[in-house]
Write a protein that binds this ligand. Structure first.
Ligand SMILES: Nc1nc2c(ncn2[C@@H]2O[C@H](COP(=O)(O)OP(=O)(O)O)[C@@H](O)[C@H]2O)c(=O)[nH]1
Ligand SMILES: [Mg+2]
Length: 395
């Protein structure tokens, strides 16, 4: 199954837990997923992608083993983690510093949840959320940089003695942050650092820059501006979008999504995750006998209208699905559907159900590597793979 893990980080009260609730399917039988432990900080969310069942006319027999397929849209399960405990000074061991850092190193992409309304800070006062983005970068940077810099002398001596490549030397130091050689090499390439790297000449400032370059590759981050339903959010959003790359930013209301999901579950409305609309019983011109809706009282109607006006109408959705999509897209992951039979697109020899499995993989993953992800046994006997139009791939 997908090992990809999205980590929610941010200041206390920014809305991390709410986001996790809003994004994860509380109704799903969590134990059904091979990778979940049932604890409040973990969840399974879904990346939505067009399912190949539509293209190949198999919608009626599409049978995902995990996740679901709704009218040709595949909901691919992705793990999510609430990386709680980051407080200012965490890198110096304050708050839940170490637990936070342990969690952080398991995540592949970060969602930085920011309270865009700037309602409260640690001291319970209003504050400017624009500083939060730099603050998170600084916290992670201090953590990695301080560990590296205190050993820098001996790192460089060893490096020179072994005449090692910079990527080899740095990967030894960075492996604890869940990095691999390719990650470090990519960071060095992006910074234009070539061999011989002359690491001996790097000063404190330059090492700091290298750490920053490494962070960009190792911890791609989506900036999630949360609490857009709050009146003070507008101005802050505008300023943050001017300062940072808008492509990195998603606007959300975790609270609105939690509310809409609950109303949908309790059958007051019909609402699909990610949608711009929902229907109440009043909106349904012809009631759907399969999904009868209860009538909303005035108080409920007012709350729903508010969500419609302040969130859905203004921003097009609650943004939760958009944030998940951005996180997966930021890593460039692509869904791959392994099947045993190219007529039925089934996974067993009795042709029961199509497109059972789906894995998100990095571009450039070879078919052989993909086999290893499916099972080491399969890789041992690997000869070639065949695509839907009969093309064969051997490596
Ligand atoms: N108005 C509004 N409040 C929110 C939103 N998301 C979270 N909150 C509230 O912010 C507070 C802190 O949320 P929580 O998820 O516990 O934050 P965490 O400390 O980052 O996990 C709670 O009172 C939430 O109800 C949102 O989108 N809009
Ligand atoms: Mg929390």
């Amino acid at each position: 199954m997908n090992n990809f893990l999205i980590g929610c980080v941010g200041k206390p009260s920014a809305g991390k837990s709410s986001f996790l609730n809003a994004a994860t399917d509380a109704n799903a039988k969590v134990g059904n997923y091979p990778f979940t432990t049932i604890d409040p900080n973990n969840g399974v969310t879904f990346y939505q992608s067009p399912c190949p069942c539509k293209k190949y006319g198999k919608t009626d027999v599409c049978a995902p083993r995990y996740g679901k397929c709704v009218d040709g849209t595949r909901f691919i399960p992705v793990k999510m983690l609430d990386v709680a405990g980051l407080v200012p000074g965490a890198s110096e061991g304050r708050g839940l510093g170490n637990k936070f850092l342990d969690d952080l190193r398991t995540a592949h992409v970060l969602l930085h949840i920011v309270d865009a309304s700037g309602q409260t800070n640690e001291k319970g006062e209003g504050y400017d959320p624009i500083n939060d983005i730099q603050w998170l970068l600084d916290e992670i940077h201090s953590w990695i940089f301080n560990n590296l810099w205190k050993k820098w002398g001996s790192i460089v001596r060893r490096h020179s003695a072994l005449k090692a490549a910079a990527a080899t030397t740095l990967q030894l130091q960075f492996s604890g942050y869940g990095s691999n050689f390719a990650t470090v090499q990519k960071a060095l390439d992006l910074m234009g650092i070539k061999e011989p790297s002359e690491m001996e000449k790097w000063d404190k400032e330059y090492v700091g820059k290298v750490v920053r370059g490494f962070m960009d590759v190792r911890f791609p981050t989506v900036i999630v501006l949360n609490k857009i339903d709050q009146p003070d959010a507008d101005g802050n959003i505008l300023r943050i979008c001017q300062k940072y790359d808008p492509n990195q930013i998603v606007l959300t209301s975790a609270l609105a999504e939690c509310f809409l999901r609950k109303m949908n579950k309790d059958k007051y409305i019909r609402y699909t995750e990610g949608s711009e609309f929902f229907d109440t019983s009043e909106d349904q011109t012809t009631p759907d006998p399969d999904h009868p809706l209860k009538d909303c009282d005035e108080k409920l109607m007012n709350r729903l209208e508010k969500v419609r006006d302040l969130v859905l109408f203004r921003y097009g959705s609650t943004g939760i699905q958009a944030a998940i999509k951005k996180a997966v897209d930021m890593k460039g992951l692509v869904p791959v559907y392994p099947v045993r039979n190219l007529t039925h697109f089934s996974s067993d020899d009795k042709n029961r159900g199509s497109f059972k499995d789906c894995l998100l993989v990095s571009p450039g993953t070879t078919v052989r590597e993909f086999c290893r992800l499916l099972s080491p046994e399969l890789e041992k006997h690997f000869l070639y793979a065949e695509g839907p139009s009969g093309q064969r791939t051997v490596g």
